[in-house]
Design a protein around this ligand. Structure first.
Ligand SMILES: [Fe+2]
Ligand SMILES: [Fe+2]
Length: 178
């Protein structure tokens, strides 16, 4: 029996942290599928943006995985549901990504709530980074959706040109350290 540690988490919080590893990996899979949709439509700028996002979501999953392991617990990753691979339009694909970011933000805030109820300040501080990250990701995705909707389905090359010229929308992954 390992001795108790200040890093111990309650069973509920541990379960939610393990679940968040799966949630972030699910987001990563979803963004690979969105990127591939854009690859299939020969829109490399949009594809590159979502491949980069997929990489970031994997990094998020690893941060949670590491936190679980550092707490002395065993990492368990619940099953990841199949993600959507077909989209009616570019704005439907980006809209789905925005819905994902909103959902993940709710998941992170629920984790903060859980940590607070446990008075687990270590976990709460760990989650601060994700709260800031979600603010950035929701903003970035909302901005990309605006750009795609303004351009319309017939003028996605304008979006490509803008991504090539300006890189990621404000707060996008290229602006952040790993
Ligand atoms: Fe994430
Ligand atoms: Fe995200």
């Amino acid at each position: 029996m390992p001795q108790s540690s200040v890093l111990d988490m309650s069973d509920d919080l541990l379960g939610a942290m393990n679940q968040q590893v799966a949630n972030e990996l699910g987001a990563s899979v979803q963004y690979v599928l969105v990127a591939s949709y854009f690859d299939g439509r020969s829109l490399p700028g949009l594809a590159r943006f979502f491949h980069a996002q997929a990489g970031e979501e994997r990094d998020h999953a690893m941060r949670f995985a590491r936190f679980v392991v550092d707490s002395g617990a065993q990492l368990r990753i619940p099953a990841i549901p199949e993600q959507q691979s077909d989209f009616a339009s570019a704005s439907a694909a980006v809209g789905l990504a925005l819905d994902w970011e909103e959902e993940v933000t709710r998941q992170i805030l629920a984790l903060v709530d859980r940590a607070r109820r446990d008075r687990n300040v270590v976990a709460e501080r760990f989650l601060d980074w994700f709260v800031n990250e979600q603010h950035e990701e929701v903003t970035t995705m909302r901005e990309l959706l605006d750009v795609v909707e303004h351009a319309g389905e017939d003028d996605l090359l304008a979006v490509e040109e803008r991504l090539a010229r300006e890189g990621m929308p404000a707060g996008g992954s290229s602006a952040r350290p790993a």
